[in-house]
Design a binder for this molecule. Structure first.
Ligand SMILES: [Zn+2]
Length: 251
């Protein structure tokens, strides 16, 4: 059986071909759910068994990405980045080097994510979506467009032990042990930001659950819904969605 025919059967990729298929699916899903930004932003996946990662070719819409079009890059300190985006290289190489437990990094510039990243308060634990993230996200201060490898150590420090980063004044970033886990986190982080900005836009007083209830709900997330399990549960359905909505994604 061709690997592209059995894609729904794997979650944790074991070779480059599977990584290319799953990362292509992630790009197509970001486009499908309105989380792309024309040709900008990026997601990456570690190549199993190599000190290298896959990232989008600069200049392509996310719904144009195919497994063969992804660019393979070494993980650290490259002078010539070839066909990739410079800021993408800096961010993804730094995080993949700093977090050996992470195999996928997703970065977005959505309207709600950028808006939330401008709030001094950051994420507020005011609803069920938000409680999954509020205590487990890091914050990284803005340093301009990430063209300098010098920013790497500060990204490395801010991402340690976290599900992702609110990149202040910039956007969102999630990480996962698997590609489906990183997608799951970005999908629900995006929902969290959209809801929080909608609530704040009303200007009306809002209800915050008690500290005890927030802690109890956090325990439910880490015991029952925690990625990668939650992401793995949804991934076959996401791939079936792409087969209907984004023909040609398998290359
Ligand atoms: Zn960015």
């Amino acid at each position: 059986m061709e690997v592209k025919d059995k894609v729904a059967s794997f979650i944790e990729v074991t070779n480059e071909e599977e990584a290319r298929l799953n990362l292509t699916a992630l790009y197509r899903l970001l486009a499908h759910f309105g989380m792309d930004d024309t040709i900008y932003t990026h997601a990456s996946a570690r190549v199993p068994g190599e000190n290298a990662f896959l990232i989008n070719p600069f200049g392509y819409m996310f719904d144009e990405i195919t497994p063969d079009s992804l660019v393979k890059m070494p993980i650290r300190d490259l002078e010539d980045i070839g066909g990739a985006n410079a800021a993408g290289y800096v961010i993804h190489s730094a995080i993949l080097a700093a977090r050996p437990d992470v195999n996928c990094v997703v970065h977005t510039h959505t309207r709600a994510g950028v808006a939330l990243s401008c709030l001094e308060d950051g994420l507020l634990p005011i609803n069920q979506f938000a409680i999954e993230f509020a205590g487990r996200m890091g914050y990284h201060d803005y340093e301009g467009v990430a063209f300098n490898l010098d920013e790497g150590p500060r990204l490395d420090a801010d991402i340690q032990g976290k599900l992702g980063l609110v990149l202040r004044n910039h956007g969102l970033l999630t990480v996962g042990q698997t590609i489906p886990a990183a997608f799951y986190l970005m999908y629900y982080l995006e929902q969290t930001c959209r809801v929080q900005m909608d609530v704040l836009a009303t200007g009306r007083p809002f209800v915050t659950p008690s500290a005890e209830l927030i802690a109890q709900t956090e325990r439910q997330y880490t015991s029952s819904f925690d990625p990668p399990r939650a992401g793995h549960r949804m991934w076959p359905a996401m791939l079936r969605l792409l087969d209907r909505a984004s023909p040609g994604w398998r290359g």
